[in-house]
Design a protein around this ligand. Structure first.
Ligand SMILES: *Cc1c(COP(=O)(O)O)cnc(C)c1O
Length: 229
């Protein structure tokens, strides 16, 4: 029998149990703490991006990105057609409509020409898309330069779905850092895993700090949040 090579089984480097033990020993079982802070810093360094927010999933990261762009009921959002359902689901969580763009044959990702055609069509019908979700499927960078130039021409913000593309670069720069926001997934079947998890990244400080605020129950720094025991 031939040995099976699994597509995405998690690989343990050797230090994982040490850090899990350390988290127990120091009682950092709370959802945030020094390990998450260090992870966010390492992620920012590795992906050469200024701000990162570690989240519960890639889906949560995309959902927050759409909220930050004000996507709401009745809006339209452009997204790659060749992708996992999670690139599209958060659009519907906001009550918006996905506009799916077909792939080009070189990278199998979003076709810049079809993208422009769709934008012109939607604008002519009075429905300018609120955002473009560009997927780098299987870690293959899309034609980012061409897509970004279309997006800039029509002033539509780009969110990069780099859920599968951690470690990929386009002209030397990490995927996920070209658009206004980008996100990675750390689900069990991705490049690196936290079992379940994701991160939103951006060079815009406010987008990330506001996303972090929304991701942590929108708690204000006010005394009425102190629980009295
Ligand atoms: C996995 C994946 C997501 C969602 O990430 P989760 O962490 O599973 O929510 C989004 N887009 C693509 C292309 C993915 O492969």
């Amino acid at each position: 029998m031939q040995k099976k090579i699994w597509l995405a089984s998690p690989h343990m480097g050797g230090s994982e149990q040490k850090y899990v033990k350390e988290a127990f020993d120091t009682n950092w079982i709370a959802p945030l703490g020094p390990n998450v802070d260090a992870f966010e810093k390492a992620l920012a360094l590795y992906n050469e991006v200024d701000h990162t927010a570690a989240l519960s999933s890639g889906t949560a990261a995309l959902h927050l990105a759409l909220i930050m762009l004000g996507v709401e009921t009745g809006d339209e959002v452009i997204v790659s057609s060749f992708t996992f359902a999670a690139s599209v689901n958060p659009i519907t969580y906001q009550g918006a409509t996905p506009i799916l763009i077909d792939s080009e044959p070189d990278t199998w990702n979003m076709c810049p020409k079809q993208l422009e055609r769709a934008i012109i069509d939607r604008i002519s019908k009075g429905k300018k898309p609120k955002a473009i979700i560009l997927v780098h499927l299987y870690g293959m960078p899309a034609k980012i330069d061409q897509i970004m130039s279309v997006a800039v021409r029509y002033k539509i913000p780009v969110i990069e779905d780099a859920a599968e593309a951690m470690g990929s670069r386009f002209r030397g720069r990490p995927t996920g850092t070209f658009g206004l926001m980008g996100f990675y997934s750390f689900n069990g079947n991705k490049i690196i895993t936290t079992s379940g998890g994701g991160a939103l990244v951006s060079n815009d400080e406010w987008l990330i700090s506001r996303s972090r605020f929304l991701a942590t129950q929108a708690r204000e720094c006010a005394p009425h949040y102190e629980s009295m025991k």
